[in-house]
Write a protein that binds this ligand. Sequence first.
Ligand code: ADP
Ligand code: MG
Length: 306
Amino acid sequence: MSAIKIENLHKTYASGVHALKGLSFEIKKGEFFALLGPNGSGKTTMINILAGPTIKTSGTVKIGGTDIEKDREKTKMILGVVPQEISFDSFFSVNEVLILQSGYYGIKNNQKYIDEILEKLNLQDKKHANTRALSGGMKRRLLVAKALVHKPKVLVLDEPTAGVDVELRHNLWHYMRKLNKEGLTILLTTHYLEEAESLCTRTAIIDKGELVALQKTKDLIQSMGNAKKLTLTFGKKVSKIPEALLPFDPKKQNDHEIILHFETQDINKILKALESIKYPIVDLDLQGKKLEDVFIELTYNRNGKL
Ligand code: ADP
Ligand code: MG
C-alpha cells in the first residue's frame, strides 16, 4: 500500500515557469524517503501540491490511496507538513499554538495527546513559554509538533535542517528517526546529501522538475562504489582532449586539468591510455565517488553549471 503516489505531475505557474515536468514516484507506508534536489528544482512546489495551497496543472496525486481531487479533506488529515519557513504568531504560548492547530483540524480536548507530543519532542518544559522565547532548535521542534497534532500517517518535512547548525541538525535527525521507527511514513526534502545518506532508505533526486534518479540510498552509493574519478594535471596547456582518453568520459576542468571517470576493473586500460598520450602529466589525483558526486553529476553538471 502506498502512502504517496504521484504520477506524471506537472506544474506550470502563471508566470510561465514549468516547475514540475512529469514527476512520478511512489512512497510506501513506513518508508523514510528522501527527495533531494538543488534550489529551484521543484521540491516545495511538489510539497505544496500535496498539502493543498498549490494546484497542480496535470497528473495524479494519491495520498493513502485517495486522489487529492476526490477527497481533499481526507488526504489533508493523512498529511502533516513541516514548512521550510518558521513563522509563529508571537502572542501565543507553545501549548496555545498546538491547541489552535488542533482546532484547525476540528480536534478538541486533546491536551493529553499534546502533552505526549511535547514530551516526545522534548518541549514539555516550554509548554507555557511564549514562542518568542524559544531557541531556533525549539522552534523547529515546535513546527514538527504542530504537524503532528492531528495524528497524521505521513509526515512531510520541507528542508527542516536548511541553515541550522550541526548540533540541531543531529537533534532533528534523532527525532525524525524515532518517529519513523514508531511507524510514521516520512518524506524529507533536503539538499544535504549526508542527511539522505544517514536517514533514508530510498532517495529520489530531482532537477529542474524532473526525476533524475530513484534508488535505495545504499544502492545509489554502492552503484558508484566501483567508480573512480581521476584528475590529471598536465605540464602544459591542453588544447584538445587526447583521443585515447575519450572512452573515460573526460571533462576538461581548465586548460591544465582533465577529469576522467572509470570503473576499477578498467584500471589497466586507463594506464595504457595515459602512456600513449603526448602531454606531460605532472600530477594525478584518484578518488572514489560519493553520493555527493552522483548528485552533482545528475544535477549541476547536467545544466552545465560546473
Ligand atoms: P525548491 O523548493 O526545490 O527550491 P521550488 O518549488 O520553490 O523549488 O521552485 C521551483 C521553481 O518554481 C523555481 O524556478 C521557482 O522560481 C518557481 N516558483 C516557485 N514558486 C513559485 C510561484 N509561486 N510562482 C512562480 N514561480 C514559482
Ligand atoms: Mg524549497
